[in-house]
Design a protein around this ligand. Structure first.
Ligand SMILES: Nc1ncnc2c1ncn2[C@@H]1O[C@H](COP(=O)(O)OP(=O)(O)O)[C@@H](O)[C@H]1O
Ligand SMILES: [Mg+2]
Length: 234
C-alpha cells in the first residue's frame, strides 16, 4: 500500500534520513520505533508532505507521490496526527475537528464522520463547544486523532500519540487506534514508547540515527537481545 524507497531527507546540510526504505502492506498496522532524535518525526512529516525528501520515492497505492505539493497528500488519502498534537487551543473542539474535513469529499460526509469520531471518543461529546486548549492532554490527543479522521484517510499517520500521557490514557488511545485500523484504515505509528507500540503492531521497524536497522513481527523483535536491552530495559 505504501512503498518507501531510499528516502533521504536533510535539514540544510545536515542529513536526518540516510536512505530509508520500508513497506506498509495493505491495511497493516505498522510501527516504526526508535529513540529520541532517530528521525521518526522527519520520516512521518515527509510521508505527510510537510517535509520534502532530497531523494527517494514514496509510492502510495501504486502512485509515486514524492513530488506532489504538500496540500495534495491529504487528497491522496493520507492524514497526519502531528507530534505535540498542534490543535488550535482557542478554538472549540468541534471547530478543530471540522478543520480536518475541509476538502470537498470529506466535507460532504462531515456529519457522518463526526458521528463516527464521537462514537470512537465518547468523552468528546460533551466537550464539543469547549476551547480545545482547556482539555486534558489525553482528550486533546483524541481531538488530534479525530481531526485527522475527519479527512477520511486511507492511511493514518501518528507521531508519538503516547507522549506525555498516563499509561491508562495511552491504553485507551491505542484501543481506539486499533479500532480505527480494524474498521479498515491502514495505520503507521511512530513511537519512542517501544513496549506499547509493539503490543499493537502487526509488524515493526526500528529506526536509529536516520537508518532502518531491524524489521519484524513484535514477537520476533522482542526476542532479539539487542532490541530488548536497548528498548525494553531487560
Ligand atoms: N527543524 C530542524 N532543523 C534542524 N535539524 C532538525 C530539525 N528537526 C529535527 N532535526 C534533527 O534531525 C534529527 C531527527 O530528528 P527527529 O526527526 O525529530 O527525530 P525523532 O522524531 O525520532 O525524535 C535529529 O538529529 C534532529 O536534531
Ligand atoms: Mg519526534
Amino acid at each position: 500500500m505504501l512503498d518507501v524507497r531510499d528516502l533521504q531527507v536533510a535539514y540544510g546540510a545536515a542529513p536526518a534520513l540516510w536512505g530509508v526504505s520500508f513497506e506498509l502492506r495493505e491495511r497493516e498496522l505498522l510501527c516504526i520505533v526508535g529513540p529520541n532524535g532517530a528521525g521518526k518525526t522527519t520520516l512521518i512529516n515527509t510521508l505527510a508532505g510537510v517535509l520534502r525528501a532530497k531523494s527517494g520515492h514514496i509510492v502510495f497505492d501504486g502512485r509515486d507521490i514524492s513530488a506532489l505539493p504538500p496540500h495534495r497528500f491529504c487528497a491522496a488519502g493520507i492524514a497526519l496526527v502531528p507530534e505535540g498534537r498542534r490543535l488550535f487551543g482557542g478554538m472549540t473542539v468541534v471547530e478543530n475537528l471540522e478543520i480536518g474535513s475541509i476538502l470537498p469529499a470529506a466535507k460532504a460526509k462531515r456529519a457522518e464522520t463526526l458521528a463516527m469520531v464521537l462514537a470512537l471518543f465518547p468523552a468528546l461529546k460533551e466537550k464539543l463547544g469547549q476551547a480545545a486548549g482547556e482539555l486534558s492532554g489525553g482528550q486533546q490527543q483524541m481531538v488530534a486523532i479525530g481531526r485527522a479522521l475527519m479527512a477520511r484517510p486511507r492511511l493514518l499517520l501518528l507521531d508519538e500519540p503516547s507522549l506525555g500521557l498516563s499509561p491508562l490514557i495511552v491504553t485507551e488511545l491505542f484501543g481506539a487506534i486499533r479500532r480505527v485500523h480494524r474498521e479498515g484504515t491502514a495505520v503507521l505509528l511512530v513511537e519512542q514508547n517501544v513496549a506499547t507500540a509493539l503490543r499493537v503492531a502487526d509488524r515493526a521497524y526500528v529506526l536509529e540515527e536516520g537508518r532502518m536497522v531491524a524489521e519484524g513481527t513484535p514477537d520476533a523483535l522482542m526476542q532479539r537481545d539487542e532490541i530488548r536491552r536497548a528498548y525494553l530495559g531487560v
